[in-house]
Design a protein around this ligand. Sequence first.
Ligand code: ZN
Ligand code: ZN
Length: 471
Amino acid sequence: MTKRTLIAALAVSAVLSIPALAQRTAPPAPAPVDAKVAALRDAALKDDVAYDIVEGLTTEVGARLAGTEGEARARVWAVAKLKALGFKNVRAEPYRMPVWVRGEERAEIVAPFPQKLALTALGNSGATPAEGLTAEVVVFPTYGDLVAAPAGSLTGKIAYVGNTMAPTQDGSSYGAAGAARFVGPALAASKGAAAIVIRSIGTDTNRLPHAGNTNFPAGTTAIPAAALSAPDATLIEAMAKRGKPIRMKLLLTPRHIGEQESGNVIAEVPGSDPKAGIVLIGGHLDSWDLATGAIDDASGVAITAAAAKRILDSGKRPRRTIRVVWWGSEEVGGFGGRDYAAKHGSERHVVAAESDFGADRVWRFETTLPDSAKPVADRLASALAPLGIVRGTAQAGDGADIAPIVALGVAGVDLNQSGLRYFDTHHTADDTLDRVDPEQLRQNVAAWTAMLAIVANAPEEIGPVQRAQKP
Ligand code: ZN
Ligand code: ZN
């Protein structure tokens, strides 16, 4: 027991008068923070590089839907930017993937109370006839109600599915509410629906629909599928309470344009010890097409690159190579993450970490590390605490783009951002630069800088890990 914990134990035991218990429960002394790590962390609280990247990408490129000309311009921009920042081995790695693009999208209630609706097609949505589709709406207040609908009961009808999503700091409400979008359209199609509209998966009450991908498994018809803004969803639910049949006219003309080029952009801070492995970090370069993707995920690519640049400019090579990847086509199915793993999975990655939850402050970190590297987590806890970041206990290695690498047994570190505002603008026309709070963005850079300084230089061996199966 150190002197500090002994004093703490005595202080607690004096209050509780149960010395034995107090000695057992006294927390261990925090790991000391390396002065160089602290200095890098604190300097990063003045970072301007991350904001410069978000501002540049959103201003000079804008929307960058996977596989489109916008994403191709983003790759060119990214390669130039990362070279200008001084990174090594900067290159784009193209691959091909099937591409869906939005068309016209309009909807209105034609009876009993004619009104126009604000909505947007979901990724992979089918198209209506060119003149539109008019049909009766069957209102399901929740996804569970759609599940309970008998087979064939939706034939020729438009399914409406409601959902509720409260803001949560850890974003956990997204998974629950998201079923209406992820699998609701395929389920409605299997029950005969001609089309489906859902309440947007979001936490705002703006008249802006939230885009996002859905999937139709092989053998399921890709029916027209769209998300209504929250106020328009509320309107339909209010009409349904009047008990009269609701008829909707829907026009959606998205289409698949075949295989196109997408790609990842890679940059490195070379390490001094090639045998020590790679620390893999990054975010996704593509965005949805309704806005400039400032929070999703220009911020993630910016935070990770800005932190890596601070290690690059620190005057001392890190022990391990830090590889920054700006993945392509995350939004539409994670093609970039899979292509990266196919091309680089045989290289020795030791830690993977992804930033894809906006730009608000990091409030918690989690690690999944091998036993040999447990002290690394203790040092992270000490270095991140002054930034207001607590230590979590769940498994780490979250993120669609690192998932194929994490699946190979690579250790993970998650720096969890607050999700309280994230789903207000997620995938909407409001995901623009003004949503990014420069001060919170800097706190992110500081957290990532401290994490990289510790993980990339850790003297411990960081071997593979075994994760418990997710439920
Ligand atoms: Zn994202
Ligand atoms: Zn997204």
